[in-house]
Ligand binder design. Structure first.
Ligand code: UD1
Length: 386
């Protein structure tokens, strides 16, 4: 096992969160070298999670920072390729759908190192979203695809990807269930002076919401018209857009705008909100974990189960649609366990171990084209599945 090295790539807020589960799983079956691209660099988007979630410190930091997609991705590609040459990993592991994900996957594929993709198979079917492009491209060069849901497995099958596909359940569900205690909830609510169900939690950070003054104005005015408190922890870009477009006067006294907040604080505020309004992917899912209605300020979602089950509704950035959904939030009749049982990390470790064993025993050579893993050889029994 000493020669087994997995090079894991992180760089954005949601990836640090997922790494809290996945890094542990990787380290149970291999040595891990952690590379941080530095796509996120502000403490409250990056460093805070290392501390709060007790993540191992990165072994390699690229410090890429913000730039156009082309420049940012290119800088990451160069840095990650150099790291691969130095570390000579058996697998490069990437998370989710950001530019850091795509850069890691592409650098590895070009150097014939197998790619493992955590959160594989998600599709919003909207190619205007940079994340959708990142997802599709990453999945098509990956050898090991860890899917959070059955629909993600089905999406991959439709694109002809069946080899190396493992339904693990959702690692963010594992972490949410393992992290939030009733004591922490109480403390957070007391700090904010809130009672359960007595406020709305809102976030917005996507260019489609924040870079268009009319869209941001619609969101702020719908939130401002609510009768209750709105907790609005904003991405630095959102705060900058409010300033730049001169929309500060639309932030009414009931809207408590702040900088980004920590992970457990966010979970506690999600679980106890009357309704969540967001354009984030992760938050739609976290609201569902806690059976809290979600109103999504986007035209599409990759977390289709939350919508199909009636707990989440898409309203774009239309003020009236947003106001109507906030007044009468979606509440599904049932709440199926789409995201597993909180054992996704364990399943991922078993599958990764099996994959590494196959490469070691020559069933497949490094190069991304390991013989297809049969689902039965790497998954728990049918009964065990979520
Ligand atoms: C990125 C991901 C998005 C993910 C989000 C999670 C891509 C294409 N997008 O979006 O999918 O949902 O992370 O939070 O990879 N900025 C700061 N401080 C930072 C980082 C960024 O102020 O630490 C500002 C800069 O003005 C920057 C802008 O945010 O230009 C956008 O940053 P970027 O890394 O391009 O994407 P995010 O919007 O953070």
């Amino acid at each position: 096992m000493a020669s087994r090295i997995v090079l894991s790539i992180v760089g954005n807020r949601p990836q640090y969160i997922k790494a809290a589960i996945v890094s542990r799983a990787v380290r149970a079956v291999a040595g891990e070298v952690l590379l941080d691209t530095g796509q996120h660099y502000d403490h409250e988007l990056a460093g805070v999670f290392y501390d709060e979630l007790d993540l191992p410190r990165p072994d390699i930091e690229l410090g890429v920072g913000s730039a156009s997609h082309a420049r940012q991705t290119a800088a990451m590609l160069t840095g990650i390729a150099a790291a691969i040459a130095e570390v000579t990993p058996q697998v490069v592991l990437v998370y989710g759908d950001t530019n850091s994900t795509l850069a890691g996957a592409l650098a590895a594929a070009k150097l014939n190192v197998p790619v493992a993709h955590v959160e594989a198979g998600l599709r919003s079917f909207d190619r205007r979203m940079p994340e959708e492009v990142n997802r599709v491209l990453t999945d098509h060069v990956a050898s090991l695809l860890f899917c959070p849901t059955d629909s993600a497995v089905a999406n991959l099958a439709r694109e002809g990807i069946v080899a190396g596909v493992v339904q693990t359940g959702d690692v963010m569900f594992d972490l949410a269930m393992a992290t939030l205690t009733p004591e922490r909830e109480e403390t957070v609510l007391a700090q904010y002076g809130l009672r359960p169900g007595g406020y709305v939690l809102a976030t917005a950070h996507r260019p489609a919401t924040t870079d268009e003054p009319a869209h941001l104005e619609a969101v702020l005015s719908a939130l401002g018209a609510l009768p209750e408190t709105v907790i609005f922890p904003a991405h630095p870009r959102t705060a900058a857009s409010i300033e730049r477009f001169g929309l500060a006067e639309l932030v009414t006294p009931n809207v408590r705008l702040s900088g980004p907040i920590g992970y457990t604080e966010s979970l506690a505020l999600t679980k106890n909100a009357r309704v969540v309004a967001t354009d984030s992917g992760g938050l739609q899912k976290e609201a569902y974990f806690f059976a809290v209605p979600c109103v999504t300020m986007r035209d599409s979602s990759e977390w289709v189960e939350t919508i199909q089950s009636g707990w989440n509704v898409l309203v774009g950035t239309d003020r009236e649609a947003l106001a109507a959904a906030l007044a009468e939030p979606p509440r599904g009749a049932q709440h199926p366990a789409f995201y597993g049982r909180g054992d996704a990390g364990g399943r991922l470790a078993v599958a990764l171990d099996a994959f590494l064993t196959r490469t070691e025993t020559g069933a497949g050579a490094p190069g991304g084209h390991v013989e297809p893993l049969q689902p039965d050889s790497i998954q728990a029994t049918e009964d065990d599945r979520p």
